[in-house]
Design a protein around this ligand. Structure first.
Ligand code: DX5
Ligand code: ZN
Length: 219
């Protein structure tokens, strides 16, 4: 079996916000595939990060697809703004969406890829009836709200179960893992069936983020 190369999506949340242009340029010249943008509203999660103007500022300099992760309530109010701000993938939280199916159609109609994120406690089965409409499932491997947390080991088994569920129905949905990703858990996650890995502090707290991204690409 050939070894699958992971898609790497460094999280800008861990970057230096005072130097956002140079941080984005660093990602442009790295082997990163996407740029992960963590939007937090202080309500769905207990933290506030940034919103649409910052996404627009990133778009101005980015040469890679923007992978936007909305940790906000009522995301339908803002998905159009994020699509206009350059989002290629828009991920919303299952836990924040009583009308998930409708929200997915809205994202599709904007021409974006649809993403749904599950908190660590949320069973994958809740996506069984919408999986064909989902381009990417983002499994949280920490409780959302903060960078730099410890990876939850249960994520390996959850990834395996989700991969089986996707393959069983013949969907093309990708699996992305978010939280506490590093060079030790990256390969086991890919082997369990993940396609893409978000990495924040592991990349930006390292001495050489470009090299760290290359390291994650080649695990
Ligand atoms: C957490 C965010 C993550 C975070 C990952 O709520 O969704 O994307 O930035 O950061 P690390 O890799 O430091 O856990
Ligand atoms: Zn995220």
């Amino acid at each position: 079996m050939s070894r699958k190369t992971p898609i790497i999506s460094p999280s800008i949340l861990a970057a230096d916000f005072a130097n956002i242009q140079s941080e984005v340029e660093l990602l442009n010249r790295s082997e990163a595939d996407w740029i992960h943008i963590d939007v937090m509203d202080g309500e769905f999660v207990p933290n506030i990060s940034f919103g649409i103007p910052v996404c627009q500022a990133i778009q101005k300099h980015a040469t890679k697809p923007l992978d936007v992760h909305l940790m906000i309530v009522k995301p339908e109010r803002y998905v159009e703004d994020f699509a206009k701000a350059g989002a290629e993938i828009i991920t919303i939280h299952y836990e924040a969406c009583p009308h998930l199916h409708r929200n997915l159609q809205q994202i599709k109609a904007l021409g974006c890829k649809t993403g749904v994120s599950l908190n660590p406690h949320t069973n994958i089965e809740v996506l069984a009836d919408t999986i064909m409409d989902i381009d990417l499932v983002l499994l949280m491997s920490v409780n959302p709200g903060f960078g730099g947390q410890k990876f939850i080991e249960q994520t390996y088994a959850k990834t395996t179960r989700l991969r089986a569920m996707i393959d069983k129905v013949g969907a093309t949905t990708m699996i992305e893992i978010d939280g506490g990703v590093n060079a030790d858990n990256a390969r086991p996650l890919i082997d369990a069936g993940a396609d893409a890995l978000v990495a924040g502090s592991f990349v930006f707290s390292s001495d050489d983020p470009v090299k760290t991204i290359a390291q994650l690409k080649s695990v």
